[in-house]
Design a binder for this molecule. Structure first.
Ligand SMILES: NC(=O)c1ccc[n+]([C@@H]2O[C@H](COP(=O)([O-])OP(=O)(O)OC[C@H]3O[C@@H](n4cnc5c(N)ncnc54)[C@H](OP(=O)(O)O)[C@@H]3O)[C@@H](O)[C@H]2O)c1
Length: 385
C-alpha cells in the first residue's frame, strides 16, 4: 500500500491522477484533512475536477482509500492500514510565503510525525519526501546549483517556507537515518503541458504580471528553472518505483538544457499575443539606490486600481522577483542519468497555459493569494490610497 499526503494540492493531485492512470489508485491510502471520509473524498474530487470533468473526478476520488486527518495526527494514529504501507510519498506542506509559525508546525513537526509513524511500519520500502530546490537559500547570482545537503538554520532565505523545508530535510536525516528515504526537490512548478493552468494558476499569474509590467530584476541572458506539474509528478513515480537508484537526493528541475532564458521567455509571450507593456523588458535592481521604485511605478501603470487584490498582488510579485533576481537553475543530471524522461521547456507549453484560461492576472493570482495573507472575501473592497 502507498501512503500519499497532499493529494488535495497541485502536485499531489497530479501524482494521484497518474496512479489512477497506471492502475495503482486502489492501492493508495490518502491522508486528507477533513471531518470524515466523505468530506475528504469530496475535497479530493473538487481538486481532481480541475484536471478533468466532474464525473471523471468523482470516479477517480472513489478508487483510493482515505485516512482523514492531518500530518500531526499520524504520530498517534492506530489505523491498522498504516501497518500495511510499503511506500510513502510525502507531498503535503504549508507552501505559504507569509507564514512564520505554521510552516514550522506542518513542514517540520508534521514531517517528523509522519517519519515517527513510518519508523513503525514493518513493510516500508521507500519514503519519498518532496522538498524544494530553493532550500539552498538566497544568494546573488548563483548560476547552476547542484544537489547538496540543505544548509543550516542561519543561511539567508527569502521566505520562512524554504527555511522550514531545509530544516525538515536536515531533521529527517539526523533523526531517522534508518528510514529508506529518497528526497526529490522540484524547482518551480507551473502549469500542465496538456491542461495549461486549469489544475492551478499558481505562479503563472506572476509570469504574466512580469510580461505585463515589462520590468525584470535580472538580465535578459539570465534564466529561470520552471517545470510543468505533469512532468514533475511523473518523475516522482519514477523515483518511487526504480529499485536501484544511485542517489538519495534528486533535483526534479529543468536543469541546463530546459531552463528558460528571459530572452526566450519574452519572445514566447510575444509569440502568443500576450498583452505586454514593452519588450525587451527594462532591467531594475531592487538592491540598488532606487530600490523597488521602478517596479512599483511599472506595477501602478499596469494595475492602476488601488484594490486590496492589487496591493496584495504587488507584495507577492516583489517576493517572487527576489527569486527571479537570483538568476538560478538547478542541475538535473542525476535525474536524467537514471534514464527518466527529460523536462519540456516552459516556452514549449506556454501557449497551452495562456489558451487554457481567459481569467485576468488578478483572477489567476487568487490561486496563490492565501500565500500572501489575502482574504478573498475582501477582494472587491477598495483600499484608500
Ligand atoms: N508548487 C511548486 O512550485 C513547488 C516547488 C518546489 C517544491 N514544492 C513542494 O511540492 C509539494 C507540493 O506543493 P504544492 O504546490 O502542490 O502545494 P499545495 O498545492 O499548497 O498543496 C499542499 C498540500 O498539502 C496539504 N497539507 C498542508 N498541511 C497539511 C497538514 N498539516 N496535514 C496534511 N496535509 C496537509 C494540503 O492539504 P489541504 O488541501 O487540506 O490544505 C494540500 O493537499 C510541497 O512539499 C512543496 O514544498 C512545490
Amino acid at each position: 500500500m502507498l501512503l500519499l499526503t497532499g493529494a488535495t494540492g497541485f502536485l499531489g493531485g497530479s501524482f494521484y491522477l497518474d496512479a489512477v492512470r497506471n492502475g495503482t489508485a486502489a492501492d493508495c491510502l490518502l491522508l486528507i484533512r477533513g471531518a470524515d471520509e466523505a468530506a475528504c473524498r469530496a475535497r479530493l474530487a473538487t481538486n481532481l475536477n480541475r484536471h478533468s470533468d466532474r464525473a471523471t473526478a468523482e470516479a477517480a476520488a472513489r478508487l483510493c482509500q482515505i485516512l482523514p486527518g492531518d500530518l500531526q495526527s499520524l504520530a498517534t494514529s492506530t489505523d491498522p492500514r498504516l501497518d500495511q504501507v510499503t511506500q510513502i510519498v510525502h507531498v503535503a506542506a504549508d507552501t505559504s510565503f507569509d507564514s512564520r509559525q505554521s510552516v514550522w508546525e506542518i513542514n517540520v513537526d508534521g514531517t517528523l510525525a509522519l517519519a515517527g509513524r513510518a519508523r513503525r511500519m514493518p513493510h516500508l520500502q521507500r519514503f519519498l519526501h518532496i522538498g524544494t530546490a530553493f532550500c539552498c537559500g538566497e544568494a546573488p547570482h548563483m548560476q547552476m546549483v547542484h544537489e547538496a545537503q540543505a544548509p543550516g538554520h542561519g543561511a539567508p532565505h527569502i521566505a520562512e517556507y524554504t527555511r522550514s523545508k531545509a530544516a525538515a530535510e536536515r531533521a529527517l536525516a539526523a533523526a531517522f537515518p534508518e528510514l529508506p528515504l529518497i528526497v526529490a526537490r522540484p524547482s518551480i512548478v507551473v502549469g500542465h503541458t496538456q491542461l495549461g493552468v486549469r489544475p492551478s494558476a499558481s505562479i503563472f499569474w506572476f509570469y504574466r504580471l512580469l510580461d505585463r509590467t515589462g520590468i525584470l530584476p535580472a538580465l535578459p541572458g539570465g534564466h529561470i528553472d520552471i517545470i510543468p506539474v505533469d512532468w514533475a509528478s511523473a518523475r516522482l513515480h519514477d523515483l518511487l518505483r526504480k529499485p536501484d537508484l544511485k542517489h538519495t537526493l534528486y533535483h526534479v528541475t529543468s536543469g541546463e538544457a530546459a531552463r528558460t532564458t528571459w530572452t526566450d521567455f519574452q519572445a514566447g509571450f510575444r509569440a502568443h499575443g500576450h498583452e505586454g507593456t514593452g519588450r525587451p523588458y527594462v532591467h531594475f535592481d531592487y538592491r540598488g539606490p532606487e530600490g523597488w521604485k521602478p517596479f512599483d511605478a511599472a506595477f501602478r501603470a499596469a494595475f492602476p486600481e488601488r484594490t486590496l487584490l492589487n496591493r496584495t498582488m504587488a507584495v507577492g510579485a516583489r517576493k517572487y522577483h527576489r527569486f527571479v533576481a537570483q538568476d538560478i537553475a538547478f542541475d538535473n543530471s542525476r535525474l536524467l542519468a537514471e534514464g527518466f524522461a527529460p523536462p519540456p521547456r516552459f516556452v514549449d507549453y506556454l501557449g497551452t497555459c495562456l489558451a487554457s484560461s481567459d481569467a485576468t492576472i488578478g483572477e489567476q493570482f487568487v490561486d496563490d493569494a492565501s500565500s500572501f495573507e489575502f482574504d478573498e472575501a475582501l477582494m472587491a473592497a477598495p483600499v484608500a490610497a
